[in-house]
Design a protein around this ligand. Sequence first.
Ligand SMILES: *[C@@H]1O[C@H](CO)[C@@H](O)[C@H](O)[C@H]1NC(C)=O
Ligand SMILES: *[C@@H]1O[C@H](CO)[C@@H](O)[C@H](O)[C@H]1NC(C)=O
Ligand SMILES: *[C@@H]1O[C@H](CO)[C@@H](O)[C@H](O)[C@H]1NC(C)=O
Length: 255
Amino acid sequence: MQRDHFPLMHYLTILFFVLSISSLATAQQTQSYISRGSSLTPTKTSSWLSKSGLYAFGFYQRGNGYSVGVFLAGIPEKTVVWTANRNVPPVSGNATLLLTDADVRLVLQTEQDQDTDIADISQTASYASMLDTGNFVLYNSDGDIIWQSFAYPTDNLLPTQILPAPNELFSSLSLTDQSTGIFFLRMQRDGNLVLYPIGNPIPEYAYWQSETYDMGDKGSLNLDLDGRLYILNATGFTSKNLTHECLEDREPYIC
Ligand SMILES: *[C@@H]1O[C@H](CO)[C@@H](O)[C@H](O)[C@H]1NC(C)=O
Ligand SMILES: *[C@@H]1O[C@H](CO)[C@@H](O)[C@H](O)[C@H]1NC(C)=O
Ligand SMILES: *[C@@H]1O[C@H](CO)[C@@H](O)[C@H](O)[C@H]1NC(C)=O
């Protein structure tokens, strides 16, 4: 098997960050409280920064167009960690992302006059916030979270983010194309964490597993601020530490 085919590192970027905060680009706005009526466009104010400036939510360049997501703004290489509607083609520079003022929703407006919901919410949002954890959050008027990007993971797990069973991370097609790729990591109801190829999510085709079974149906994959990756069982006990584990029959890229 070629190095390029090594599954964990290449296709599923589970990122661990210990990053310093650097200067902020001009096209971004430091605003952790995003009020109704706020908007972004790809070429003017293109994103809302978290307080520390490390993360941003908004437009990022994808191919010849722009997609909406969360990315690391505090480093030169703007690493995308979450994408909204990842399998929808990028939009042109004329699009607008708007936290609408009336029936408060987060919508992407394109010149074809089509409004696409970025967050699927049943309640009216009151304000939004780009948190320093990388979580983009919508709140109701009571300050309760009604939607958060952490609950809709794409291909990344960020420190403090939890992947509860049953949930998956799907690899991206490539480093520059965040649409769904060909592998996924599933936190299963039985407590096992398994890597499968899309289309064949059966044990015979699983190419890695944590071997943590029979934990009840509320197990979860956790990544803490120290970069420890571990599985908790339904009652909150560590059933496996993954960070120190090496894959036996491969080069030890992650140990
Ligand atoms: C954006 O809108 C302007 C003015 O309506 C138009 O001339 C231009 O072609 C549009 N750009 C794209 C990429 O669609
Ligand atoms: C979780 O692990 C602890 C410690 O091993 C165990 O006592 C508990 O029963 C487990 N919980 C479930 C739901 O399996
Ligand atoms: C996992 O690591 C933590 C911290 O190093 C340790 O306290 C715990 O006992 C470990 N659990 C297992 C199941 O290995």
